[in-house]
Design a binder for this molecule. Structure first.
Ligand code: FE
Ligand code: CA
Length: 528
């Protein structure tokens, strides 16, 4: 037998093992783990929602699809039975050189979604992938693996994006990112919006009703994923994801609704929302939620060049200070802000991040989370504590948690930390000082936010007032949509804030609103 055939047989055996492991994960190991007979998906095209990849490691990547011939019907138009799906990973676009393949079961209890963590891949390679079922083939996706651990990598190109309210714009920003040679898309939350837009901001309506249960959230994801530009962006680059509030409920905090929803009802919503999020994102099967808990935060690496922490600011946080059941708002008299015990990440995640930062050997440390860390409160006489009105939902509403995060960088002298955020719907560049806006306080890190992909932002006069009263805000504009493009090399990080007018059109043209560099060894952005 020629050696290539031997290798083929070994590969086939390996992929059998890989899919056997995946099956074990899907079915669990309990007494109810009885595989059921798989059915064919039927004559209608089942791959209506595209393909996606994520969580690239040096030897693996996660592939995703969902079978739903009628995606806006509950159940996706499939009977409640498992469907066998073949997956293939190839070194070439034409699938002449298949390097891994196997079979997965799309289960009705997971909305016929498929999450395959393909192992045994080569580092720093581009791969092509697709799914096959019942004589149908999915779109072909393109992905890549991370470089080997500690390899001297020269470059990492990242698109930082967030906040894609379907009703408030078309996905023209997505098309520009898909056309660029990105290694990764970092998505920092508000993938769906559970709530409806104010009528004057609506350029196209949500296609499904406001979600309150698992079927409702599944339908909302399906309606977003029907957008061809979003499908294109998933099929072109691997994504790393974290979430913000709108994947569950606007301004929620931990197990607490900010709108007075009772605790048991809110937990049911959170459980349904977490499940639908897992089902619809290119996430490892290890992240399948257990009830209303899901481990999303994790560390990824790009050789020796960068460590990338994906941080969860929602699931474990304490309630808003002075919560009144009316959602996020400005606080001007709230002594609870001075309680140092309140946490944005939960103490376990705080410790995990601090420990990781202190021991990282990477040149650049990217802390990727869903909020604005720099301060943007507005001075008001008699406001307390601190003499400013502050937004209760952002890091300004958790000032001691922010200080702990910045001390975890400053005290062990962790250099070259870049904080990447979302939620704010504005382009932003800022130095992060231990004491915000104090020119005598040391700059410990640099912060960028890439506006929002579609969601509307603050008007310019309010942004100007915030900039004027918060000298750390080097750049902040809420009138335009877009993303941030980060070109990371050992010597510097260059950040271009790419922008287009609001609301975004399908074929929007973007321009560079502002550009910054951060030099290695010198914290804080400088104008490029
Ligand atoms: Fe948002
Ligand atoms: Ca948000």
């Amino acid at each position: 037998m020629p050696p290539s055939l031997n290798r083929r047989a070994a590969l086939a055996r390996l992929s059998q093992l890989a899919s056997a492991c995946a099956l074990q994960q899907l079915f669990g190991t309990g007494a109810q783990a009885q595989p059921r007979a798989a059915v064919q998906p039927g004559p209608q095209m089942p791959f209506t929602l595209g393909v996606a990849s994520g969580e690239p490691r040096e030897d693996s990547v996660v592939l995703w699809t969902r079978l739903a011939p009628q995606p806006l019907q509950p159940g996706g138009g499939l009977p409640p039975q498992p469907v066998a799906v073949r997956w293939q990973v190839a070194a070439d676009e034409g699938f002449a050189r298949i390097v891994r393949e196997g079979e997965a079961l799309a289960l009705p209890e997971h909305a016929h979604t498929v999450h395959v963590e393909v192992a045994g891949l080569q580092p720093a390679r581009v791969y092509h992938y697709r799914f096959l079922a019942g004589g149908h083939a999915s779109a072909t996706g393109r992905t890549r693996t991370a470089p080997p651990a500690f390899a001297p990598v020269q470059r990492l190109r990242v698109a930082l994006a967030s906040c894609q309210h379907y009703e408030q714009g078309h996905y023209g920003v997505h098309r520009e990112i898909a056309a660029r040679d990105a290694d990764l898309v970092l998505f920092t939350g508000d993938y769906i919006y559970e709530n409806e837009s104010k009528p004057h901001l609506r350029v196209r309506p949500h296609l499904t009703p406001t979600p309150h249960d698992l079927d409702g959230f599944r339908l909302r994801y399906a309606s977003y994923k029907l957008d061809p530009a979003l499908q294109l962006l998933h099929a072109t680059h691997p994504w790393l994801l974290t979430w913000d509030d709108h994947e569950v409920e606007n301004d929620y905090t931990g197990t607490h609704s900010s709108w007075g929803t009772d605790a048991a009802a809110f937990l049911r919503i959170r459980t349904a929302a977490f499940k639908a999020y897992y089902e619809n994102m290119p996430l490892s099967p290890r992240r399948l939620p257990a009830g209303n808990v899901m481990r999303l935060h994790d560390l990824f690496s790009w050789g020796r060049l960068a460590d990338i922490w994906m941080v969860d600011t929602r699931q474990f946080r304490d309630p808003h200070a002075c919560d009144d059941g009316e959602g996020g708002r400005g606080l001007w008299r709230c002594d609870e802000l001075a309680n140092p015990a309140r946490s944005m990440l939960g103490r376990a995640q705080e410790d995990w991040l601090a420990g990781g930062l202190a021991s990282s050997l990477a040149t650049w440390k990217l802390v990727t989370q869903s909020q604005q860390i720099s301060a943007y409160g507005i001075p008001v006489p008699f406001a307390r504590p601190g003499g400013r009105i502050v937004h209760n939902d952002g890091w300004d509403g958790y000032p001691f948690a922010r200080e702990r995060l910045l001390r975890a960088i400053h005290e062990p002298r962790v250099k070259d930390v870049i904080c990447l955020g979302g939620d704010a719907h504005r382009h932003l560049a800022a130095p992060l000082r231990l004491k915000p806006n104090d020119p005598l306080s040391p700059i410990v890190a640099s912060e960028f936010i890439g506006s929002s992909m579609t969601s509307s932002g603050l008007k310019n006069p309010l942004c100007a007032l915030m900039r004027w009263t918060n000298p750390d805000l080097m750049h902040m504009r809420g009138d335009e949509r877009g993303y941030a493009w980060l070109d990371i090399t050992p010597g510097q990080v260059r950040c271009e804030l790419r922008a287009t007018a609001h609301p975004v059109t399908e074929r929007a043209a973007l321009y560079t609103q502002a550009a910054f560099v951060v030099e290695a060894g010198r914290a804080g952005p400088q104008r490029a």
